[in-house]
Design a binder for this molecule. Structure first.
Ligand SMILES: [Cu+2]
Length: 173
């Protein structure tokens, strides 16, 4: 092989490596999730499994952190108003019942892409108490512009002590 051919070959390898590198967050993460087995059936979310209605909302963990389970669907986030304590780690688990959505909290940099069939996980933390608007930032259909919910962050000592099976939403306050 002469130098010219080798140069072309190396260039092609570099170009081919660039494609997955720039698309990593679109391709590899859902694919890895699929391999890990964290997929759910979007059609039976409300009927059985982790995302049934009485399991949605904020769960207190023994170590002081909280786990939040949510569903994004056209055109709302469930629970519609989320209640969280300030300054504790939040493990978010969210899935979609239909289209691709993106969960964002106004005033923060958090953005979680939500896809039907897989569970999106994210680690969040809200340092200050206050109300944040929860907006969908991925066009998901005709009612997308109205897909807004609320997040209420309260000081740690004002967050209600939940029983093991109990889930916190704004109604719990
Ligand atoms: Cu949307």
């Amino acid at each position: 092989m002469n130098w010219r051919k080798l140069r072309t070959l190396i260039l092609w390898i570099l170009v081919l490596c660039l494609i997955p590198a720039t698309r990593y967050y679109q391709i590899d993460v859902p694919f890895l999730r699929f391999l890990k087995g964290s997929h759910v059936d979007p059609l039976s979310l409300h009927l059985a499994g982790e995302f049934v209605e009485n399991n949605l909302g904020t769960e207190q963990n023994p170590d002081g952190s909280v786990t939040v389970r949510m569903i994004a669907q056209q055109y709302l986030f469930i629970p519609h108003c989320l209640l969280l304590p300030a300054g504790v780690p939040v493990h978010l688990r969210i899935t979609s019942a239909d289209a691709v959505h993106s969960l964002t909290f106004d005033g923060t940099d958090y953005a979680v892409k939500v896809l039907p069939g897989t569970i999106s996980e994210a680690q969040l933390q809200f340092a200050r108490a206050g109300e944040y608007k929860t907006t969908c930032r991925e066009f998901c259909g005709a009612g997308h512009y109205a897909m807004r919910s609320a997040l209420k962050v309260v000081p740690r000592d004002q967050f209600p002590a939940l029983q093991p099976g109990e889930r916190g939403t704004c109604a719990a306050q």
